[in-house]
Ligand binder design. Sequence first.
Ligand SMILES: [Zn+2]
Ligand SMILES: [Zn+2]
Length: 305
Amino acid sequence: MVSLVAFFIHRVELKKDLPILMDVNVYLIGKGNDWILVDSGYGRQSMVGALEAGIKKIIGRPQGLRKIVVTHAHVDHFGGATVLKRRWGLSVALHEIGAGVIKDFRKYAELYSGRTGKEADMFIQTFLRGICQVSEMTVDETLRDGDELEVGGHVLRIIHTPGHSPCHICLYDPDERILFSGDLVTGEGGTWIGYPSGDVALYLESLRRIAKLKLETILPAHGPVIEDPLARIYEIIEQKEKRLTEIYLLIKEKPRTPEELARILYSGLPSYGEWLKNVVRAYIVELERRGKVKRVGNDVYEAIS
Ligand SMILES: [Zn+2]
Ligand SMILES: [Zn+2]
């Protein structure tokens, strides 16, 4: 189908108002009276206010916006949706694996931080509800790999890209050769892969899968627009492989625990040390899978070859 009126993509850059959070890019896609939003930032008032103002400025009124597609169940992506769903009656779409996670924050805490019981409750109260200002939400539409989503006479294909999160998806526009990459490919900085939800092998596989697409532009959820997609994808693969090698060599030097490794790699352990240990642990899982290291004692790992 040939579209007579141009199809538009608008990028709204949402700025963080606390140092521990991240700036987030969201994308408003469509034309006329038919728009969807990709991702939504945190639920914090300042960010949702900026998002609402951005949407109104671009499409005039919110009535034309019908859906928010969330690339994965991380709070910087679905947070704004928890507010806008209530306020504007929008429907929210997410990969089927992620739906249960934002409906029940105990599952979120366990999957992404490894916390259970009282520790999970503390994390939910202070971080999710307190800092990120989100509430649990029921998803209206679940997505799967290969689904097609039509907006403004244009078709976007859903590509399941696990690794950073089990439910991560990208949206691919084959006509314009554009990929909305969420956190799979960032414009700058690295993508967090943490135990137990993160999987380095799946992440690398997802990157290799999207490298095979015809791509001219990648629009990431963090950082600038990527004009040379393949170069950036291979740069990220190289960074992850380099980190795997670094960790392997440190373990080869002498058997070590994830905590020791995190202290060396990140020069000490700041208050968010648990997160860094989980990052190291995700790399160790991959090294074990590759037959490079094995567990020899109480959380101690030794090199095999
Ligand atoms: Zn994420
Ligand atoms: Zn993110």
